[in-house]
Design a binder for this molecule. Structure first.
Ligand code: MN
Length: 292
């Protein structure tokens, strides 16, 4: 039994636009010293803090782009995201839902605000997390896991003090629905004011929190507010936090993939040669076709 201490608390960096629909703060790798290696298997985290988008007949979003070598995990907290890909897949990620897309050998896709949401306008809040793949799986076939609200596993905390929603990995022995290539715990802790919760993950797993709503105290030491990110050290297993007000916290912990990382834009591979190959395959149309 040993406490996992806080490495650093990171304030949300200035937002930037991805396309015209995603106003995001980049925590990983841009705000973490040591970058992707430090947080591996989490190699990118864009957080769209709550932002009002006015009604628009043309859905805002990001046009056709490729991915290869990892998974994109989109968590919609408010608003709805629609996607289309080069294999003919499409769908909507509704509020409280998750899309776990294994890009692997490569997809072309586009991501937009869902049409009806766009017409009405409204508050939009989402997370996009990229999860690395081991070398042996980087060129596996693409696939989707559409994780709807009814699929997400829930653990109710004592005395109605909150709920843990398990997307992947385990909490108190309850396994979430997402299938992962390496151990990845991704969970939303939804706590009433003054509730305390404890988590435990293997010491070498890279572990972080993103406060989505409210304010918490971590390990009885540090206050962390909405839109702030907590990176833990790898010096213990357990940590706890107390909700100082009604709070939602995204908890992520994953086993590092001990392989070299070669990353450029939407491609995350192991070697520079593999990156060059990814560009060549993209230019040659091997990721398929999709209308913008
Ligand atoms: Mn994408």
């Amino acid at each position: 039994m040993s406490t996992r201490s806080i490495d650093r608390i990171i304030m949300p960096p200035s937002p930037h636009m991805v396309g015209d629909g995603f106003r995001v703060h980049n925590f990983i790798p841009g705000s973490v010293p040591g970058g992707m290696e430090r947080t591996n298997p989490f190699i990118m985290l864009d957080y769209g803090s709550k932002h009002y988008f006015a009604p628009s007949n043309t859905p805002r979003g990001v046009g056709v782009h490729p991915h290869r070598g990892f998974e994109t995990v989109t968590v919609a907290y408010q608003g709805r995201v629609e996607h289309h890909d080069s294999a003919g897949n499409s769908g909507v990620i509704g509020e409280g839902e998750v899309q776990w897309m294994t890009a692997a050998s490569g997809v072309l896709h586009k991501e937009y605000h869902e049409r009806e949401f766009s017409k009405q306008g409204g508050e939009f809040q989402m997370v996009q997390l990229w999860v690395n793949l081991p070398a042996k799986d980087k060129m596996t076939n693409p696939q989707y896991q559409s994780i709807t609200r009814d699929m997400i596993k829930r653990v109710e905390l004592p005395e109605n003090s909150g709920t843990v929603e398990i997307i992947s990995g385990k909490f108190q022995g309850v396994q979430g629905p997402a299938t992962t290539f390496t151990p990845v715990h991704l969970q939303n802790a939804k706590l009433e004011a003054s509730a305390t919760i404890e988590f435990s993950f293997p010491i070498h797993y890279n572990t972080a929190l993103l406060v989505i709503e409210g304010k918490i105290n971590v390990n009885g030491m540090e206050e962390v507010s909405k839109d702030q990110f907590v990176l833990f050290r790898n010096d213990g297993e357990e940590f706890l936090f107390k909700a100082l007000e009604k709070s939602v916290v995204l908890v992520m912990s994953g086993e590092p993939i001990q392989e070299p990382i070669a990353a450029y834009g939407p491609f995350v591979m192991n070697t520079r040669d593999e990156l060059i190959q990814a560009f060549a395959d993209f230019e040659a149309g091997k990721f398929g076709r999709l209308e913008d």
